[in-house]
Write a protein that binds this ligand. Structure first.
Ligand SMILES: [Zn+2]
Length: 383
């Protein structure tokens, strides 16, 4: 079977190419902001309407015509999608203005807007950029996103098709409970994913950079000094390094879980209610989000049975007798003690077992099963 994936590569654009990319981004930002203004003044900017607008604007303005039409159309398409999602997806806000100081360049090219020639990426408008080919493309790409990160590095993300290798059948099953101290606590401690966050050395360096930033922070409305920008860049660099390390560990973990288990029961963790918490907590939540995404993606791709279990009651239910405690276990309590059967287990391990049991019982809906566990209070083999 074939699958559609992204392959990312580092770009090494010269000064001319960077200037051209930034000019292209400036035009795209202008178009996006125009669309936002339209929407705010009640213009109901559909994609078709925006395309007409683009044609008119290009006819009027030579500076807009200087840019690639492919990229400009793509920006409006992305805007149209973002607007639609703001109505259909809960919690998604209306598209907002892209401020120059707040957003990083992102340019989308469809197949008409780019070619690969002699190992270099050639974009519409004659922008030529050398690519660092860290691995081969599995097929001819159907589109490319060219973007810059917070360190000023440029990347190309190609959309390609590749042959999907079917994962060998396995029989194991595993339950996963997300947490702060341990990102993923599982029914088999060998598969636990500890939370590393900023590893010690990294954390110390980051604190130093952040102190420096704080000392040099410019007053509101003033541009930052050279020293401030240097400290800011240093902090961004450390953030990125930590993120890269965490991503690496997460991938290896998700792969080993998926390679060895047919049934993967995952707590359906939703971090939204923690939005007002500390930075450290937010970083831990982000680690959970990334691990969950990676696991679900890998699991479904390998044809595993991945089931999301609503988190209600998982920490209150005994994994030994499935009686539900009348009181919620305090956040500080690390051990679960069942008042009905006396079963004791680590708080997270108990939750992971309950999550897995919820799925392993071959009853129809997960919700129904959970209900059965929590209300009947009888055993795993009752029904
Ligand atoms: Zn019990």
């Amino acid at each position: 079977m074939e699958e559609v994936v992204r392959y990312n590569y580092r770009l090494r654009p010269g000064a001319t190419a960077v200037a051209a990319l930034m000019a292209e981004w400036g035009r795209c930002r202008w178009l996006w902001n125009e669309a936002v203004h339209q929407q705010r003044s009640g213009g109901k900017p559909t994609f078709a309407k925006l395309c007409r607008l683009l044609t008119e604007a290009r006819a009027r303005n030579a500076w807009l015509r200087d840019g690639s039409q492919v990229v400009q159309q793509q920006v409006l398409r992305t805007y149209g999608l973002a607007l639609m999602h703001s109505f259909t997806i809960k919690g998604r806000g209306r598209p907002r203005l892209k401020k120059r100081s707040r957003t990083l360049p992102t340019l989308d090219y469809t197949v008409r807007g780019f070619t690969l020639h002699g190992g270099r990426l050639r974009l519409a408008g004659g922008i030529i950029i050398p690519v660092v080919w860290s691995r081969d493309l599995p097929s001819k790409p159907s589109s490319v996103r060219v973007y810059q990160d917070c360190l000023g590095h440029w990347y190309a993300s190609f959309v390609v098709r590749r042959e999907r290798a079917d994962a060998p059948e396995v029989t194991g099953s595993i339950g996963i409970d997300w947490g702060v101290a341990t990102t993923a606590a599982t029914t088999d401690p060998a598969y636990d994913l500890p939370y590393h966050g900023f590893r010690k050395r990294c954390a110390a360096e980051l604190a130093k950079a952040q102190r420096k930033m704080a000392r040099r922070r410019p007053p509101n409305g003033h541009a930052g000094s050279k020293g401030y920008l240097r400290a800011k860049r240093q902090a961004a660099k450390l953030h990125k390094r930590a993120a890269r390390q965490n991503r690496h560990t997460t991938r290896i973990w998700a792969k080993s879980v998926v390679d060895n288990h047919q049934i993967i029961a995952v707590e359906d963790f939703k971090p939204a209610f923690l939005a007002k918490s500390t930075m450290a907590r937010k970083a831990a939540d982000a680690a959970i989000g990334a691990a969950k995404r990676e696991l679900i993606e890998r699991g479904t791709r390998a044809g595993r049975k991945v089931v999301l279990v609503p988190p209600a009651y998982t920490t209150m239910t005994c994994s030994g007798c499935f009686a539900r405690a009348t009181q919620r276990l305090g956040l500080g309590a690390r051990t679960f003690v069942c008042t009905t059967c006396g079963h004791t287990a680590g708080r997270d391990e108990n939750a992971a077992r309950v999550i897995l049991a919820t799925v392993e019982r071959d009853r129809a809906g997960v919700d129904g099963v959970r209900h059965a566990i929590t209300s009947s209070g009888s055993g795993l083999h009752a029904a």
